[in-house]
Design a protein around this ligand. Structure first.
Ligand code: 8YV
Length: 312
């Protein structure tokens, strides 16, 4: 008999096919009545396959008394209540490393696009304005500017290395100081004060909720840029919108937002923001590797072996 699992959000077709070969999958996201669905499967389900924001809270865990493991597609586990899982001795796994380089590429692309206003200048050309109004206004160079990395984990470090290759100077703030040559800043305000571009790469969750607030944006100043590839929850979004509108910071490059994917329409009309629909890891290669790791963790667990990438 195949073990029974619940899939909380739509996965890549090839990841879902791999799961279907090994498990009996029940798709929560297709159920009209979630409570009835959970009641129906509660006594059989031993695992959850979660996807991004379709995570697992304590209430969901309570409905599944046989739950042993939650395997997440993605490195960020802010949508999973880790304390609730630990209390119930439920293993949680994520997909680190396989996405690091890809997300760092996206971050660097956003830094470039934001400072050099690449989407805006392309729009200028497409609107026929090059021929009528002349050259596009000058933008901002990366070389010599300081990138302040907030959260120097695997992804933050991969971004920092790329930024160095672009001739940028580096500073960082992290929960703990690292044994690295880049200057460490003791808090987010001082990081912003000493940076031209604040690059947000720390994990989401209660500890980092809104740590980029109005005081941080003030420290960054009217020539400063903020780029976020982590989670919308790290930034006080209404404050950021206000600061961009009022020219109190120079620009923003964002891959993540509050209330994804139904983001605040106020974003749509802002000319000094470059906006991406959470595509940090969204390549065929990386998403395939993430799905394979999600499946592998489940497989290992049900084979009685230690999982490959537990969240500790
Ligand atoms: C994914 C991510 O887009 O890994 C993460 O934490 O945010 C992204 O790689 C997400 O997990 C799926 O929606």
């Amino acid at each position: 008999m195949k073990p029974e699992i619940i899939v909380t959000g739509r996965l890549l077709p090839r990841t879902q096919e791999a799961l279907d070969r090994i498990f009996t999958c029940h798709k929560l996201y297709e159920a009209a009545d979630h409570l009835a669905f959970l009641r129906q499967h509660a006594q059989q389900v031993r695992a959850l396959a979660t996807f991004g924001a379709s995570g697992a809270d304590a209430a969901l865990m309570d409905q599944l008394p046989k739950l042993e493991i939650i395997s997440n597609f993605g490195v960020g586990v802010d949508a999973i209540d880790l304390a609730a899982a630990a209390k119930r001795r439920i293993i949680v796994t994520n997909t680190p490393e396989v996405l690091t380089e890809c997300v760092a590429d996206t971050a660097m692309a956003l830094v470039l696009a934001t400072l050099r206003r690449l989407p805006q200048s392309e729009n200028y050309l497409r609107a026929g304005q090059w021929g009528t109004r002349g050259a596009y206004p000058l933008t901002t160079s990366l070389g010599g500017k300081t990138l302040g990395v907030l959260g120097l984990g695997r992804i933050g470090e991969a971004i920092a290395k790329r930024a160095e290759a672009f001739g940028m100077k580096l500073r960082y703030h992290n929960r703990s100081r690292k044994n690295l040559a880049w200057p460490y800043e003791p808090d987010v305000v001082s990081l912003a004060k000493n940076s031209d571009v604040l690059l947000v790469a720390a994990p989401g969750g209660p500890q980092t909720q809104r740590i980029v607030n109005a005081a941080v944006l003030d420290a960054l100043g009217p020539q400063g840029f903020v780029v976020n590839i982590a989670r919308g929850s790290l930034i006080d979004e209404p404050a950021l919108l206000r600061y961009l509108r009022e020219g109190r910071i120079a620009g923003a490059g964002l891959d993540v937002f509050d209330n994804e994917p139904k983001i605040d329409p106020a974003w749509f009309s802002l000319d000094n923001a470059v906006l991406l629909p959470h595509v940090g890891s969204a390549t065929e290669e990386t998403r395939t590797a993430m799905g394979a790791l999600q499946v592998e963790n489940l497989q290992l667990h049900f084979a009685g072996k230690p999982v490959k990438t537990p969240v500790t």
